[in-house]
Design a protein around this ligand. Structure first.
Ligand SMILES: Nc1ncnc2c1ncn2[C@@H]1O[C@H](COP(=O)(O)OP(=O)(O)O)[C@@H](O)[C@H]1O
Ligand SMILES: [Mg+2]
Length: 265
């Protein structure tokens, strides 16, 4: 499904190399990464544990600087964290002393929006993540999935240009995980979001992405890209019978072959 909006390059990674530590004791985490993130796409980055996925995400978020190369956001170099790039980690980073409502309102308040608008934004996104009625709860009272939904609402409340998610459902039980996948797919479509989601779960990538990028084991390089569209098909057929179709297994097996060839090396 090609539309014009998806052709706009929102972020670009050019010749990114990332090294931890100094000369004697250094780890090359990422090597020569080149990637463009188009507005409106749901990009999943898939790779084995320790291959540099979180390093890539933190670099895009602006938390860490490239050793060499550059990351651009709408053509401008990324120099630090910014509200325009919302980040969701595996363990929700909520403010434990704040209730649900205050966590979600935090960004709009910091940006000095008028109280009425803050309230509207908060109610809208609490509804979107299905937490209306929980606004006064303390975050420690919530289950893991609910905490992750608060984290998501808090990010959405800033209307970010892109949402960067680092294995956001990795710590959740299987059923909650499936529910969260449906929710994020719905939110992506409803808000016309641009999402980069990191995962080591092939099915998660296949069920959500419009494009999948496969990374090698460390030092992380990009091995291959797949354009997929099962996520749109699932909108049409919520029963997810899609996962039994031939095309799905064809792509899944291709991805498995790439990943397995890395393990055997
Ligand atoms: N702060 C750090 N200092 C030193 N090495 C690190 C640091 N963070 C990550 N690494 C190393 O860099 C590599 C990539 O890490 P990471 O990006 O977290 O991988 P992934 O998210 O794919 O599991 C790993 O070998 C990891 O041990
Ligand atoms: Mg990681």
């Amino acid at each position: 499904m090609v539309n014009e909006r998806e052709q706009e390059i929102l972020m670009e990674i050019q010749n990114l190399k990332s090294v931890y530590g100094t000369n004697g004791d250094s780890i090359l985490a990422l090597d020569n990464i080149n990637l463009k993130i188009k507005r409106g796409e749901f990009l999943c980055v898939l790779g084995p544990s320790g291959c540099g996925k979180s390093t890539l995400l933190k670099t895009l978020a602006g938390y860490i600087k490239p050793t060499s190369g550059v990351c651009l956001m709408q053509g401008e170099p990324i120099t630090g964290p910014d509200w325009h790039r919302g980040v969701v980690f595996q363990s929700p980073t909520l403010y434990p002393w704040m209730n649900v409502k205050d966590n979600v309102e935090f960004g709009p308040k910091m940006r000095g929006l008028p109280p009425k608008e803050i309230e509207e934004i908060r109610n809208h996104f609490l509804e979107q993540v299905k937490l209306t009625g929980f606004s006064e709860k303390a975050t420690f009272e919530l289950s893991g999935g609910m905490k992750q939904r608060v984290a998501l609402a808090r990010v959405l409340a800033n209307y970010p240009q892109v949402i960067l998610m680092d294995e956001p459902f990795g710590a959740l039980d299987a059923l909650t995980r499936v529910n969260m996948q449906s929710l994020i797919r719905y939110i992506w479509r409803e808000n016309n979001s641009t999402i980069l989601l990191i995962t080591h779960d092939i099915d998660e990538a296949l069920l959500l992405a419009t494009r999948i990028v496969i990374m090698s084991k460390r030092p992380g390089k990009i091995l291959k890209e797949f354009n997929v569209d099962f996520t749109h098909t699932i909108f049409e057929d919520e029963s997810k019978h899609i996962i039994y179709n031939e095309e799905y297994y064809k792509v899944k097996n291709e991805i498995l072959d790439i990943i397995n060839s890395q393990i055997e090396e």
